[in-house]
Design a protein around this ligand. Sequence first.
Ligand code: AMP
Ligand code: ZN
Length: 479
Amino acid sequence: MGEILFQNTLSGRKEPFEPLHAGEVRMYTCGPTVYDFAHIGNFRTFVFQDVLRRFLRSRGYRVRQVMNLTDVDDRIILNSQAAGIGIREYTDKYIAAFLEDMRTLSLEKPETIARATDNIDAMVSLVETLMERSYAYKSDGSAYYRIAKFPGYGKLSKVSFSGIQAGARVDVDRYEKDDARDFALWKEHKPGEHFWETPIGPGRPGWHIECSAMAMKYLGPTLDIHTGGVDLVFPHHENEIAQSEAATGKPFVRYWLHAEHLFVNGEKMSKSVGNFYTLRDLFARGYRPSAIRFLLASVPYRRQLNFTFDGLLQAANSVERLRNFVDRLKKEKLPATSAVAFGERIEEARRQFEAGLEDDLNTAQALAAVFDLVREVNSAIDRGEFATADTPAVLQFIELFDGIFAVMSGDDAAKLRELGYAVESAELSDEEIEAKVAERQQARQRRDFAASDRVRNELAEHGIILEDLKDGTVRWKRK
Ligand code: AMP
Ligand code: ZN
């Protein structure tokens, strides 16, 4: 296996990946702000992170991933007040929904999931450290970060600050600051708002300090990987670097990996534009978790992905093709031996697959390696040239693939039923099946194997398995 390369936003280059501590990867992921249901744009970023951790684990690394849940911010305070409940009660509901969505999309659970409001102490002590080192100052009841004191500011986002005028708004909050660029670490208590009584005064944390405090609390001063969507590069991640490195004097993150956005008709999918779908929206329209996951994982994370329903249908077909393929390998009667050996070809596919993922998680290349092999093996089976001797190696390769893409093993229908969606059983009558089988026989007689495969796949979608018998007839059965 080759070396793993990651495109590091900090250096702007692809760099060979080596964790700081041998065999262990410490990774921090900015989690959702739990004021509402997450949309599939958010899940594009979370699926990328899951593919990343599964890939690293497949290479033998132990992964220690921390994901935060931002359960206090302006929107949460406003919405919970409007609902007449506390912020904790308000966010509990969306946290439960998020965790459920993670399971539905087969996202592995990070080793630590931390709520911001459970970690206020760590944030307060980080602000205190920054004040002791004069990187932070109090103004009225709030605390701000003094950007002028941190020369590295801008190194991640490459944003130049020379053009920013005094008085220009960089932060959303309107407080008294020494410099327009300075951002809030701690926000003064306002009447009626949720607050914590702390040694730095009553109030609540800013968003940026949350992530620095929790990342370093659980993973130490230097992390291997920090991930998020590209919208977080500036100011959020730039501010995380400024806070963390000013406090510890050590590099905060070695590899910064940012996912490009999911788009709809040329615009970023977002709550504020209103062009978003939640998983619930798509399930209600009959789409399956595995198809959604496949679609989100299929485009390499550094490329924008345009969401369309057509793309989602194609993703569903791709998953179906793979499932049918495995069914066929396991159930069809294959010759014990063949003049054509596939061992070398399977090994080549595996190399291509690994090489794709090694190249900054190029999932498109990895998938191409899988589907090329599937096509070749399918036609070899059609020709009677694929022998059972090669079956275990193919299945092993598919297992490696699914350990990372995780689209084949889950039972979509069962998951959806558990979530309360009606799933059609899509039963075909015996007559309908017989008609399809005859249609496939005719296609095979005119050697139109594409058409015959299509019918086979269609039947497989309805849970019908075909077995080609030696005498040229076909036996079918329900799964
Ligand atoms: P939020 O809940 O807004 O804090 O976002 C959670 C994660 O989703 C962050 O890593 C964002 O960068 C990411 N994100 C938000 N919108 C999109 C989108 N349209 N496509 C991909 N990732 C997104
Ligand atoms: Zn964050």
